[in-house]
Design a binder for this molecule. Sequence first.
Ligand code: UD1
Length: 354
Amino acid sequence: MKVLSIVGARPQFVKEAAIQNVLKQSDDITEVLVHTGQHYDNNMSGVFFDVLSMKAPNYNLGISESLHGAMTGRMLIELEQVLITEDPDLVLLYGDTNSTTAGALAARKLKLQVAHVEAGLRQKKPKNIPEETNRIVTDHMSDYLFCPSQVAVGNLNKENIIDGVFFTGDVMYDIFLKMKPSFDYSIIDELNLTEEKYVLMTLHRDFNVDNKDVLTKIMKEISRIAQEIPVVYPLHPRTRKRIQEFGLDDLLSNLIITDPLNYLKLMGLTENCFKAITDSGGYQKETYFAGKRAAVLMPETGWVELINNNWNILAEPNDLYDFVYSDKPVPYENNIYGKGNASEEILHIIREVV
Ligand code: UD1
């Protein structure tokens, strides 16, 4: 059987690494890997392939237009050619980026079978975020839907997607467990940090960083927190651009700013942080895997389990200070997103159904 995986953005490399890991142990399935090029900086892309020991993509389409229509459109055109050439038995898509949607459309139009890893997540607020559009479009075009949680299964059922839906657990937990012995803690010393005595943050969502007032408000609160505890912020290229454009560089002056970190360094830093602040879909779970609580800068999240059990909180900028300094211990609940064998489950299902 030939499977073709499409990736393009940072969180997808992590998910693909989990799948690749089990696929490479099976003789009966070959995998062709296509990188759309959506993320192209070495520290957003190449470095993930290195530290996660991933095979190099068979195709790199080099597409990184900044307008969503242009980006998705070019991906659609070029992916179609690759799919015609490769004619896979199954196209595997990951998560909720523009690369996911383009892959779903291209494959579907060629009547190829489509599977979505991390299917069924929904987030109605804020309205019209690109990731939600990508999730809905991809789920409705997929033949097989691999859900990381039971809530995701329920979300699909509510939209009348019943056939081909499987609860598998979260592949990001698989890779977390697999790579844990290799987490890189050297950066803690490099940045002169003390274990458990720093806050780690990530911020890149359009609704938080593309509006000057919103971004200013967030950065002012972070800067206030950083007066009392070091705050480490690996700066995403999108946010870096906006901070410069809006003239907010001063608000970075008391933060510890780094370039985007590779997976092993980010996880090493996360395992030893005090708390985290994030608007990333993936990172709000990785902090939980690492036993750390996160304030999620979103009005709603698809990862509702961690909100319902109070491990994470949905935060507005002015909730952040209290989240960091209020000390309410919360019990840790194990295995919310499966047992770390989601990729094996997915492979097993693929063998059965395709
Ligand atoms: C994308 C995904 C988002 C995911 C995030 C992870 C969509 C709609 N969004 O958002 O779901 O959480 O990736 O990081 O697909 N840029 C660089 N270098 C890079 C990558 C991007 O300079 O290596 C620039 C781009 O040129 C663009 C901006 O950063 O101007 C945003 O990149 P883009 O891929 O469009 O969206 P993200 O915000 O990264």
